[in-house]
Design a protein around this ligand. Structure first.
Ligand SMILES: [Zn+2]
Length: 482
Protein backbone atom coordinates (compact mmCIF):
# COMPACT_ATOMS: atom_id res chain seq x y z
CA UNK A 1 0.00 0.00 0.00
CA UNK A 2 2.81 2.29 1.04
CA UNK A 3 4.74 1.37 -2.10
CA UNK A 4 1.66 2.01 -4.25
CA UNK A 5 1.09 5.45 -2.77
CA UNK A 6 4.76 6.31 -3.25
CA UNK A 7 4.51 5.28 -6.86
CA UNK A 8 1.38 7.42 -7.32
CA UNK A 9 3.16 10.40 -5.74
CA UNK A 10 6.21 9.81 -7.90
CA UNK A 11 4.07 9.55 -11.02
CA UNK A 12 2.24 12.76 -10.11
CA UNK A 13 5.55 14.55 -9.51
CA UNK A 14 6.84 13.22 -12.79
CA UNK A 15 3.66 14.31 -14.58
CA UNK A 16 4.01 17.77 -12.99
CA UNK A 17 7.62 18.11 -14.10
CA UNK A 18 6.79 16.76 -17.58
CA UNK A 19 3.92 19.25 -17.87
CA UNK A 20 6.23 22.05 -16.68
CA UNK A 21 8.86 21.00 -19.23
CA UNK A 22 6.18 20.93 -21.95
CA UNK A 23 5.00 24.41 -20.95
CA UNK A 24 8.58 25.72 -20.96
CA UNK A 25 9.15 24.18 -24.40
CA UNK A 26 5.98 25.77 -25.76
CA UNK A 27 7.13 29.18 -24.55
CA UNK A 28 10.42 29.00 -26.45
CA UNK A 29 10.34 30.53 -29.90
CA UNK A 30 11.59 27.47 -31.77
CA UNK A 31 11.77 29.36 -35.04
CA UNK A 32 14.74 31.26 -33.59
CA UNK A 33 16.57 28.25 -32.18
CA UNK A 34 19.20 26.87 -34.51
CA UNK A 35 21.28 23.71 -34.53
CA UNK A 36 24.28 22.63 -36.56
CA UNK A 37 24.28 19.19 -38.14
CA UNK A 38 27.44 18.34 -36.21
CA UNK A 39 25.76 19.20 -32.91
CA UNK A 40 22.72 17.03 -33.67
CA UNK A 41 24.78 14.13 -35.00
CA UNK A 42 27.17 14.03 -32.06
CA UNK A 43 25.12 15.23 -29.09
CA UNK A 44 21.40 15.47 -29.86
CA UNK A 45 20.09 12.05 -30.76
CA UNK A 46 16.76 13.18 -29.31
CA UNK A 47 16.30 15.32 -32.45
CA UNK A 48 15.67 14.53 -36.11
CA UNK A 49 16.15 16.81 -39.13
CA UNK A 50 13.47 17.15 -41.82
CA UNK A 51 14.45 19.55 -44.59
CA UNK A 52 15.63 22.73 -42.80
CA UNK A 53 13.71 22.01 -39.58
CA UNK A 54 14.61 20.13 -36.44
CA UNK A 55 12.00 18.05 -34.60
CA UNK A 56 11.80 16.37 -31.21
CA UNK A 57 12.26 12.69 -32.13
CA UNK A 58 12.24 11.63 -28.48
CA UNK A 59 8.65 12.83 -28.02
CA UNK A 60 7.36 12.13 -31.51
CA UNK A 61 8.50 8.50 -31.53
CA UNK A 62 5.63 7.60 -29.16
CA UNK A 63 3.05 9.31 -31.38
CA UNK A 64 4.33 7.76 -34.63
CA UNK A 65 1.65 5.38 -36.00
CA UNK A 66 4.33 3.24 -37.68
CA UNK A 67 6.03 2.47 -34.37
CA UNK A 68 8.63 4.17 -32.21
CA UNK A 69 11.66 2.27 -33.49
CA UNK A 70 11.51 3.83 -36.97
CA UNK A 71 11.71 7.34 -35.52
CA UNK A 72 14.22 6.38 -32.84
CA UNK A 73 16.63 4.93 -35.42
CA UNK A 74 16.77 8.32 -37.14
CA UNK A 75 17.56 10.16 -33.89
CA UNK A 76 20.54 12.46 -34.50
CA UNK A 77 20.15 12.10 -38.29
CA UNK A 78 18.46 13.62 -41.31
CA UNK A 79 15.14 11.85 -41.90
CA UNK A 80 13.95 13.87 -44.92
CA UNK A 81 14.33 11.23 -47.62
CA UNK A 82 13.28 8.45 -45.25
CA UNK A 83 9.99 10.25 -44.69
CA UNK A 84 9.55 10.84 -48.41
CA UNK A 85 10.20 7.26 -49.52
CA UNK A 86 8.05 5.72 -46.77
CA UNK A 87 5.13 8.16 -46.79
CA UNK A 88 5.19 9.14 -50.47
CA UNK A 89 4.19 12.75 -49.78
CA UNK A 90 5.48 16.06 -48.44
CA UNK A 91 6.17 16.37 -44.75
CA UNK A 92 3.26 17.87 -42.75
CA UNK A 93 5.31 20.63 -41.10
CA UNK A 94 2.23 22.50 -39.86
CA UNK A 95 0.65 19.42 -38.28
CA UNK A 96 3.87 18.49 -36.50
CA UNK A 97 4.62 22.02 -35.32
CA UNK A 98 4.16 21.00 -31.64
CA UNK A 99 7.26 18.83 -32.07
CA UNK A 100 9.36 21.56 -33.73
CA UNK A 101 12.51 22.39 -31.78
CA UNK A 102 14.31 24.68 -34.19
CA UNK A 103 15.92 25.08 -37.57
CA UNK A 104 19.23 24.17 -39.10
CA UNK A 105 21.83 26.88 -38.61
CA UNK A 106 22.51 29.16 -41.60
CA UNK A 107 25.15 27.65 -43.87
CA UNK A 108 24.14 24.02 -43.22
CA UNK A 109 23.24 21.90 -46.26
CA UNK A 110 19.53 21.21 -46.59
CA UNK A 111 18.15 17.95 -47.97
CA UNK A 112 15.12 18.72 -50.10
CA UNK A 113 12.25 16.46 -51.16
CA UNK A 114 12.75 15.04 -54.64
CA UNK A 115 10.00 16.42 -56.88
CA UNK A 116 10.30 13.53 -59.39
CA UNK A 117 9.68 11.02 -56.60
CA UNK A 118 6.72 13.03 -55.29
CA UNK A 119 5.24 13.15 -58.79
CA UNK A 120 5.53 9.38 -59.22
CA UNK A 121 4.14 8.81 -55.71
CA UNK A 122 1.09 10.86 -56.68
CA UNK A 123 0.61 8.80 -59.83
CA UNK A 124 0.61 5.64 -57.70
CA UNK A 125 -1.98 7.07 -55.32
CA UNK A 126 0.22 7.32 -52.19
CA UNK A 127 1.20 4.58 -49.75
CA UNK A 128 -2.24 3.75 -48.36
CA UNK A 129 -3.43 1.07 -50.86
CA UNK A 130 -0.23 -0.95 -50.77
CA UNK A 131 -0.02 -3.02 -47.60
CA UNK A 132 0.21 -6.82 -47.86
CA UNK A 133 -2.84 -8.38 -49.50
CA UNK A 134 -4.45 -11.41 -47.85
CA UNK A 135 -2.63 -13.96 -50.04
CA UNK A 136 0.75 -12.49 -49.04
CA UNK A 137 -0.18 -12.79 -45.37
CA UNK A 138 -1.16 -16.45 -45.91
CA UNK A 139 2.17 -17.08 -47.63
CA UNK A 140 4.03 -15.55 -44.69
CA UNK A 141 2.04 -17.64 -42.19
CA UNK A 142 2.68 -20.83 -44.20
CA UNK A 143 6.46 -20.28 -44.34
CA UNK A 144 6.56 -19.43 -40.66
CA UNK A 145 4.54 -22.47 -39.53
CA UNK A 146 6.53 -24.86 -41.76
CA UNK A 147 9.89 -23.55 -40.50
CA UNK A 148 8.75 -23.72 -36.89
CA UNK A 149 7.40 -27.27 -37.26
CA UNK A 150 10.56 -28.56 -38.98
CA UNK A 151 12.78 -26.97 -36.37
CA UNK A 152 10.73 -28.55 -33.58
CA UNK A 153 10.98 -31.92 -35.37
CA UNK A 154 14.77 -31.53 -35.72
CA UNK A 155 15.21 -30.73 -32.05
CA UNK A 156 12.91 -33.40 -30.66
CA UNK A 157 13.19 -36.27 -33.20
CA UNK A 158 16.13 -36.14 -35.57
CA UNK A 159 18.48 -33.60 -37.14
CA UNK A 160 19.89 -34.36 -40.55
CA UNK A 161 21.84 -32.66 -43.34
CA UNK A 162 18.78 -32.76 -45.61
CA UNK A 163 16.57 -31.17 -42.97
CA UNK A 164 19.24 -28.51 -42.31
CA UNK A 165 19.27 -27.71 -46.04
CA UNK A 166 15.48 -27.24 -46.07
CA UNK A 167 15.57 -25.17 -42.87
CA UNK A 168 18.35 -22.97 -44.25
CA UNK A 169 16.24 -22.31 -47.33
CA UNK A 170 13.15 -21.61 -45.21
CA UNK A 171 15.14 -19.16 -43.07
CA UNK A 172 16.08 -17.34 -46.27
CA UNK A 173 12.37 -17.33 -47.21
CA UNK A 174 11.53 -15.80 -43.82
CA UNK A 175 14.21 -13.18 -44.44
CA UNK A 176 12.89 -12.31 -47.89
CA UNK A 177 9.14 -12.76 -47.52
CA UNK A 178 8.41 -11.86 -43.90
CA UNK A 179 10.96 -9.87 -41.94
CA UNK A 180 11.90 -7.65 -44.87
CA UNK A 181 8.36 -6.39 -45.49
CA UNK A 182 7.53 -6.21 -41.79
CA UNK A 183 10.67 -4.28 -40.80
CA UNK A 184 10.05 -1.87 -43.66
CA UNK A 185 6.57 -1.27 -42.21
CA UNK A 186 5.06 -2.61 -45.45
CA UNK A 187 3.15 -5.65 -44.26
CA UNK A 188 0.46 -4.03 -42.11
CA UNK A 189 -0.77 -0.53 -41.48
CA UNK A 190 -0.44 -1.19 -37.77
CA UNK A 191 3.14 -0.51 -36.63
CA UNK A 192 2.87 -2.95 -33.71
CA UNK A 193 1.99 -5.85 -36.01
CA UNK A 194 4.94 -5.02 -38.25
CA UNK A 195 7.19 -4.88 -35.22
CA UNK A 196 5.98 -8.30 -34.06
CA UNK A 197 6.43 -9.97 -37.47
CA UNK A 198 9.75 -8.18 -37.84
CA UNK A 199 11.01 -10.14 -34.86
CA UNK A 200 11.32 -13.05 -37.29
CA UNK A 201 14.70 -11.50 -38.18
CA UNK A 202 15.83 -12.50 -34.69
CA UNK A 203 14.40 -15.99 -35.16
CA UNK A 204 16.60 -16.59 -38.20
CA UNK A 205 19.73 -15.43 -36.39
CA UNK A 206 19.95 -11.74 -37.23
CA UNK A 207 19.19 -8.62 -35.26
CA UNK A 208 16.07 -6.58 -35.90
CA UNK A 209 17.60 -3.31 -34.69
CA UNK A 210 20.94 -3.81 -36.49
CA UNK A 211 19.08 -4.72 -39.68
CA UNK A 212 17.16 -1.45 -39.41
CA UNK A 213 20.42 0.43 -38.99
CA UNK A 214 22.27 -1.33 -41.79
CA UNK A 215 19.42 -1.72 -44.27
CA UNK A 216 16.83 0.99 -43.59
CA UNK A 217 18.98 3.84 -42.26
CA UNK A 218 22.17 3.35 -44.29
CA UNK A 219 21.60 1.13 -47.35
CA UNK A 220 18.17 2.37 -48.41
CA UNK A 221 18.76 6.06 -47.76
CA UNK A 222 22.21 6.08 -49.38
CA UNK A 223 22.07 3.39 -52.05
CA UNK A 224 25.22 3.40 -54.13
CA UNK A 225 26.83 6.09 -51.99
CA UNK A 226 30.46 5.03 -51.73
CA UNK A 227 30.83 6.49 -48.23
CA UNK A 228 27.49 5.64 -46.67
CA UNK A 229 26.04 2.48 -48.24
CA UNK A 230 27.33 -0.61 -46.36
CA UNK A 231 26.53 -2.79 -49.40
CA UNK A 232 28.93 -0.74 -51.54
CA UNK A 233 31.86 -1.44 -49.22
CA UNK A 234 33.41 -4.66 -50.49
CA UNK A 235 37.08 -4.07 -49.64
CA UNK A 236 39.33 -5.82 -48.74
CA UNK A 237 37.59 -8.79 -50.39
CA UNK A 238 36.63 -7.07 -53.63
CA UNK A 239 36.61 -3.70 -55.38
CA UNK A 240 33.51 -2.30 -57.05
CA UNK A 241 34.09 1.41 -57.62
CA UNK A 242 37.00 3.71 -58.30
CA UNK A 243 38.64 5.04 -55.17
CA UNK A 244 38.16 1.76 -53.34
CA UNK A 245 41.44 0.07 -52.36
CA UNK A 246 43.00 -2.40 -54.77
CA UNK A 247 44.63 -5.59 -53.50
CA UNK A 248 46.39 -8.29 -55.57
CA UNK A 249 43.75 -11.01 -55.20
CA UNK A 250 41.09 -8.76 -56.70
CA UNK A 251 42.41 -9.69 -60.12
CA UNK A 252 40.30 -12.85 -59.70
CA UNK A 253 37.26 -11.29 -58.00
CA UNK A 254 34.87 -12.06 -60.87
CA UNK A 255 35.53 -15.77 -60.21
CA UNK A 256 35.56 -16.02 -56.43
CA UNK A 257 32.66 -13.72 -55.52
CA UNK A 258 30.23 -16.65 -55.30
CA UNK A 259 32.54 -18.47 -52.87
CA UNK A 260 32.57 -15.41 -50.61
CA UNK A 261 28.77 -15.51 -50.48
CA UNK A 262 29.02 -18.89 -48.75
CA UNK A 263 30.34 -17.03 -45.71
CA UNK A 264 27.66 -14.32 -45.65
CA UNK A 265 25.96 -15.91 -42.61
CA UNK A 266 28.77 -14.58 -40.40
CA UNK A 267 27.47 -11.03 -40.90
CA UNK A 268 23.99 -11.39 -39.34
CA UNK A 269 24.57 -14.45 -37.15
CA UNK A 270 27.76 -13.32 -35.43
CA UNK A 271 28.68 -9.81 -36.60
CA UNK A 272 25.37 -8.23 -35.70
CA UNK A 273 25.45 -9.73 -32.21
CA UNK A 274 28.73 -7.98 -31.38
CA UNK A 275 27.75 -4.81 -33.21
CA UNK A 276 24.61 -4.57 -31.09
CA UNK A 277 26.71 -4.98 -27.94
CA UNK A 278 29.06 -2.24 -29.20
CA UNK A 279 26.00 -0.24 -30.43
CA UNK A 280 27.90 0.60 -33.59
CA UNK A 281 27.49 -0.73 -37.13
CA UNK A 282 30.76 -2.21 -38.44
CA UNK A 283 32.18 -0.71 -35.21
CA UNK A 284 32.30 2.50 -37.23
CA UNK A 285 28.82 4.02 -37.72
CA UNK A 286 27.32 4.87 -34.32
CA UNK A 287 23.65 3.96 -33.88
CA UNK A 288 21.07 6.37 -32.55
CA UNK A 289 21.35 6.56 -28.77
CA UNK A 290 17.62 7.26 -28.72
CA UNK A 291 16.97 3.64 -29.74
CA UNK A 292 19.50 2.11 -27.36
CA UNK A 293 17.88 1.61 -23.95
CA UNK A 294 15.39 -1.13 -24.72
CA UNK A 295 16.31 -2.31 -28.21
CA UNK A 296 19.87 -3.33 -27.36
CA UNK A 297 18.67 -5.57 -24.53
CA UNK A 298 15.87 -7.03 -26.66
CA UNK A 299 18.19 -7.82 -29.54
CA UNK A 300 20.94 -9.31 -27.36
CA UNK A 301 18.56 -11.62 -25.49
CA UNK A 302 16.87 -12.86 -28.66
CA UNK A 303 20.24 -13.41 -30.30
CA UNK A 304 21.29 -15.53 -27.32
CA UNK A 305 18.07 -17.52 -27.76
CA UNK A 306 19.16 -18.28 -31.36
CA UNK A 307 22.50 -19.59 -30.09
CA UNK A 308 20.67 -21.75 -27.54
CA UNK A 309 18.42 -23.24 -30.28
CA UNK A 310 21.21 -24.00 -32.72
CA UNK A 311 24.29 -24.61 -30.57
CA UNK A 312 23.45 -25.41 -26.95
CA UNK A 313 20.31 -27.57 -27.30
CA UNK A 314 21.56 -29.78 -30.20
CA UNK A 315 24.85 -30.26 -28.33
CA UNK A 316 23.05 -31.30 -25.13
CA UNK A 317 20.85 -33.75 -27.04
CA UNK A 318 23.95 -35.23 -28.73
CA UNK A 319 25.82 -35.52 -25.44
CA UNK A 320 22.89 -37.37 -23.84
CA UNK A 321 22.67 -39.87 -26.69
CA UNK A 322 26.42 -40.46 -27.16
CA UNK A 323 28.73 -42.86 -25.36
CA UNK A 324 31.66 -41.17 -23.54
CA UNK A 325 33.98 -41.98 -26.48
CA UNK A 326 31.67 -40.40 -29.02
CA UNK A 327 30.85 -37.15 -27.24
CA UNK A 328 33.25 -34.91 -29.15
CA UNK A 329 32.42 -36.30 -32.58
CA UNK A 330 28.66 -36.20 -31.83
CA UNK A 331 28.80 -32.53 -30.74
CA UNK A 332 31.04 -31.70 -33.71
CA UNK A 333 28.49 -33.21 -36.09
CA UNK A 334 25.63 -31.18 -34.58
CA UNK A 335 27.62 -27.96 -34.85
CA UNK A 336 28.51 -28.80 -38.47
CA UNK A 337 24.80 -29.36 -39.25
CA UNK A 338 23.94 -25.96 -37.76
CA UNK A 339 26.77 -24.36 -39.71
CA UNK A 340 25.49 -25.94 -42.94
CA UNK A 341 21.99 -24.62 -42.30
CA UNK A 342 23.35 -21.07 -41.82
CA UNK A 343 25.52 -21.43 -44.93
CA UNK A 344 22.56 -22.46 -47.12
CA UNK A 345 20.31 -19.64 -45.90
CA UNK A 346 23.08 -17.04 -45.99
CA UNK A 347 24.19 -18.00 -49.50
CA UNK A 348 20.67 -17.75 -50.92
CA UNK A 349 20.21 -14.29 -49.42
CA UNK A 350 23.65 -13.01 -50.43
CA UNK A 351 23.31 -14.37 -53.98
CA UNK A 352 20.21 -12.29 -54.72
CA UNK A 353 21.29 -9.22 -52.72
CA UNK A 354 24.51 -9.06 -54.68
CA UNK A 355 22.82 -9.34 -58.09
CA UNK A 356 20.67 -6.28 -57.42
CA UNK A 357 23.35 -3.68 -56.77
CA UNK A 358 26.49 -4.99 -58.48
CA UNK A 359 25.76 -5.19 -62.20
CA UNK A 360 27.45 -3.67 -65.21
CA UNK A 361 26.27 -0.06 -65.37
CA UNK A 362 25.44 0.40 -61.67
CA UNK A 363 25.75 4.03 -60.66
CA UNK A 364 27.76 5.04 -57.62
CA UNK A 365 27.73 8.50 -56.09
CA UNK A 366 29.01 10.36 -53.06
CA UNK A 367 26.03 12.33 -51.94
CA UNK A 368 25.93 12.38 -48.17
CA UNK A 369 27.75 13.41 -45.04
CA UNK A 370 27.84 11.17 -41.97
CA UNK A 371 24.72 12.71 -40.43
CA UNK A 372 22.70 11.72 -43.48
CA UNK A 373 22.16 14.97 -45.40
CA UNK A 374 21.77 13.91 -48.98
CA UNK A 375 22.69 15.89 -52.07
CA UNK A 376 22.97 14.47 -55.55
CA UNK A 377 24.55 15.44 -58.82
CA UNK A 378 23.02 18.37 -60.65
CA UNK A 379 21.09 16.14 -63.07
CA UNK A 380 20.05 13.58 -60.47
CA UNK A 381 17.96 13.21 -57.32
CA UNK A 382 16.61 10.53 -55.00
CA UNK A 383 14.48 8.88 -57.72
CA UNK A 384 17.20 8.76 -60.36
CA UNK A 385 19.96 7.62 -57.99
CA UNK A 386 17.79 4.86 -56.48
CA UNK A 387 16.82 3.58 -59.92
CA UNK A 388 20.38 3.75 -61.28
CA UNK A 389 21.93 1.94 -58.31
CA UNK A 390 19.54 -1.04 -58.44
CA UNK A 391 18.42 -3.53 -61.09
CA UNK A 392 15.45 -5.87 -61.56
CA UNK A 393 15.43 -9.48 -62.68
CA UNK A 394 12.74 -11.98 -63.74
CA UNK A 395 9.04 -11.54 -63.23
CA UNK A 396 6.08 -12.41 -61.04
CA UNK A 397 7.11 -15.99 -60.18
CA UNK A 398 10.47 -14.92 -58.80
CA UNK A 399 8.63 -12.11 -56.99
CA UNK A 400 6.50 -14.68 -55.13
CA UNK A 401 9.56 -16.75 -54.19
CA UNK A 402 11.94 -13.93 -53.28
CA UNK A 403 9.60 -11.52 -51.55
CA UNK A 404 9.68 -9.06 -54.44
CA UNK A 405 13.39 -8.36 -54.13
CA UNK A 406 13.82 -9.09 -57.82
CA UNK A 407 11.92 -5.79 -58.29
CA UNK A 408 14.69 -3.95 -56.52
CA UNK A 409 14.09 -0.61 -58.25
CA UNK A 410 10.44 -0.45 -57.15
CA UNK A 411 11.44 -1.63 -53.68
CA UNK A 412 14.10 1.05 -53.31
CA UNK A 413 11.81 3.80 -54.49
CA UNK A 414 8.92 2.70 -52.28
CA UNK A 415 10.13 0.46 -49.43
CA UNK A 416 6.80 0.69 -47.61
CA UNK A 417 4.87 -0.87 -50.49
CA UNK A 418 4.37 -4.60 -49.82
CA UNK A 419 6.22 -6.78 -52.30
CA UNK A 420 3.13 -8.37 -53.90
CA UNK A 421 2.39 -5.03 -55.56
CA UNK A 422 5.76 -4.58 -57.28
CA UNK A 423 4.97 -6.32 -60.62
CA UNK A 424 1.85 -4.17 -60.89
CA UNK A 425 3.44 -0.81 -60.04
CA UNK A 426 6.52 -1.54 -62.19
CA UNK A 427 4.27 -0.92 -65.21
CA UNK A 428 4.04 2.72 -64.14
CA UNK A 429 7.48 3.10 -62.56
CA UNK A 430 9.53 2.00 -65.58
CA UNK A 431 8.08 4.45 -68.15
CA UNK A 432 8.13 7.27 -65.59
CA UNK A 433 11.81 6.79 -64.70
CA UNK A 434 12.90 6.51 -68.33
CA UNK A 435 10.78 9.52 -69.34
CA UNK A 436 12.62 11.54 -66.68
CA UNK A 437 15.94 10.46 -68.21
CA UNK A 438 16.76 7.98 -65.45
CA UNK A 439 18.33 4.55 -65.81
CA UNK A 440 16.07 1.49 -65.45
CA UNK A 441 17.73 -1.90 -65.97
CA UNK A 442 15.63 -5.09 -65.98
CA UNK A 443 17.28 -8.46 -66.69
CA UNK A 444 14.98 -11.09 -68.14
CA UNK A 445 16.73 -14.01 -66.44
CA UNK A 446 18.92 -14.63 -63.40
CA UNK A 447 21.62 -15.87 -65.78
CA UNK A 448 21.62 -12.52 -67.65
CA UNK A 449 21.93 -10.70 -64.33
CA UNK A 450 24.74 -13.01 -63.19
CA UNK A 451 26.64 -12.46 -66.45
CA UNK A 452 26.35 -8.72 -65.92
CA UNK A 453 27.74 -9.08 -62.36
CA UNK A 454 30.67 -11.07 -63.76
CA UNK A 455 31.35 -8.39 -66.39
CA UNK A 456 31.18 -5.60 -63.81
CA UNK A 457 33.56 -7.31 -61.37
CA UNK A 458 35.91 -8.17 -64.21
CA UNK A 459 36.15 -4.50 -65.22
CA UNK A 460 37.13 -3.52 -61.68
CA UNK A 461 39.58 -6.41 -61.38
CA UNK A 462 41.80 -4.24 -63.57
CA UNK A 463 43.55 -1.72 -61.25
CA UNK A 464 43.66 0.83 -64.06
CA UNK A 465 39.87 0.86 -64.51
CA UNK A 466 38.79 3.95 -62.59
CA UNK A 467 35.66 5.71 -63.85
CA UNK A 468 34.81 8.89 -62.00
CA UNK A 469 32.35 8.72 -59.12
CA UNK A 470 30.45 11.98 -59.34
CA UNK A 471 29.93 14.08 -56.24
CA UNK A 472 26.93 16.18 -55.27
CA UNK A 473 26.18 19.63 -56.55
CA UNK A 474 26.85 21.45 -53.29
CA UNK A 475 24.86 24.68 -53.14
CA UNK A 476 26.44 28.09 -52.69
CA UNK A 477 26.60 29.58 -49.14
CA UNK A 478 23.75 31.96 -50.11
CA UNK A 479 21.53 29.06 -51.22
CA UNK A 480 22.35 27.10 -48.07
CA UNK A 481 21.24 30.00 -45.92
CA UNK A 482 17.68 29.53 -47.25
ZN1 LIG B 1 14.80 -3.26 -48.29
Amino acid sequence: MCLASNLVKEAAAHADSAAAADKALREIDHEKTTFTRREIESQRHDLVIIEDRVYDADRFQWAHPGGSLFVAMFGGRDGTLAFQSYHMRNFPHEKLRPYLRGRLAPGETITRFDQDHLELSKKLGGAAPYFAPRHQQYKAAFIWVLAFALEAYALTVKRSWALATVLGFLYAMIGLNIQHDANHGAMFKDGLKNMAWGLSQQWIGGSQVMWLQEHVVLHHMHTGDVHMDPDAQMAPAMRGYSGSMYLPWMVLQHYYFLLLELGYWVVPNIGHFFEVLAWSHKFEYPLSRLAMPCWRTQSTLLHLLYYVRHIILPSLVAIRAATPDEVFSAVGRELAVSLWMSTVGGFYLAFFFFLSHNFDGVHFTEGANAGGDCLYEADSGFLKQQAASSSNVGGEKLCVLNGGLNYQIEHHLFPRIAHSHYPHISKKVRPFVTAKGGQYIHFDTVWDNLSSVHKYLKRFSDPLFNPVVKGPARPTPEEMGG
